[in-house]
Design a protein around this ligand. Structure first.
Ligand code: IPE
Ligand code: IPE
Ligand code: MG
Length: 250
């Protein structure tokens, strides 16, 4: 049974959830299996989370699949992950699109093999007839990279004469970071028990609500998501104001 009341949830649902899907390795190690087994099982949790977001009418989900720092892992593990991404794209994209999922990859894809880049480009071109969920996969993504690419883009605009340097402000910068066209990030979830951001959406996190779960990613499911949603629904987002101001607007 669901732990959140759907009637309340509708107005108090996050419009954009981002998840650091952490804990695959430890999940596998606890079962005396190779880390790659945990990554494979993690794909099932992705499927369950996507389905749960669609059912809950959460319109935007951003998943951290591979950080700009994950290249430092043993070559074998990086290879397994790349293969897994390719297979997951081949196997899942058509069904995702048929179910109303609009897919996008965020991050520096120039580091990926051409075969993977092609799959990414190709799957982004497949648009659902009616979008029920914007699903963003962060791959070779780093929050600092994102800020730097926005700065470079703005600098190029200034050099071309399209942007007046005096007009650079937070809202212009905001328009140049990844996912600028989607709803602002409302809820940041990290599984796996670590309480850190690990260079995920640094700029976009400014006013996101944070939820940390000890659940290891392969065990994450609709019930675990509901626990985060229920907690989010109870929070008062003050953005610098007082609670009084929010409850009794002038
Ligand atoms: C997250 O799980 C998946 C990726 C970073 C690709 P981990 O592989 O980091 O799992 P733990 O943290 O070692 O358990
Ligand atoms: C963050 O997890 C990246 C992804 C989940 C893709 P990590 O496991 O790489 O983070 P750290 O190294 O523990 O900070
Ligand atoms: Mg980890």
């Amino acid at each position: 049974m669901s732990i959140i009341d759907p009637a309340i949830a509708v107005q108090r649902l996050p419009r954009h959830i981002a998840i650091v899907m952490d804990g695959n390795g430890r999940w596998a190690e606890a079962r005396h299996r190779p880390r790659s087994f945990g990554h494979h099982e993690g794909v099932k949790a992705v499927r369950a989370t996507v389905e749960a977001c669609i059912r809950r009418h959460v319109p935007t989900l951003t998943l951290f699949a591979f950080s700009s720092e994950n290249w430092k892992r043993p070559q074998e593990e990086v290879g397994t992950l790349m293969e897994l991404f390719m297979k997951a794209i081949d196997r899942e994209v058509d069904e995702l699109v048929a179910n109303g999922v609009a897919l996008r990859f965020v991050g520096d894809r120039s580091a990926f093999a051409p075969a993977l880049r092609e799959r990414m480009d190709h799957s982004e071109c497949k648009r659902p007839a009616q979008t029920r969920l914007n699903l963003n996969i962060a791959a070779n993504y780093g929050g600092r990279w994102d800020i730097v690419q926005a700065a470079r883009c703005i600098a190029a605009g200034v050099a071309r004469g399209d942007i007046d340097a005096d007009t650079i402000d937070e809202s212009l910068f905001d328009a140049h970071v990844s996912l600028a066209d989607l709803p602002p990030l409302d809820l940041f979830i990290r599984t796996g028990g670590e309480h850190r951001v690990s260079n995920f959406l640094l700029w976009q996190l400014a006013y996101a609500e944070l939820w940390f779960s000890d659940v290891l990613w392969p065990d994450f499911d609709a019930a675990a998501l509901d626990a985060a949603l229920a907690d989010y629904a109870r929070r008062e987002r003050r953005y610098g104001r007082t609670g009084q101001q929010l409850r009794h607007p002038a």
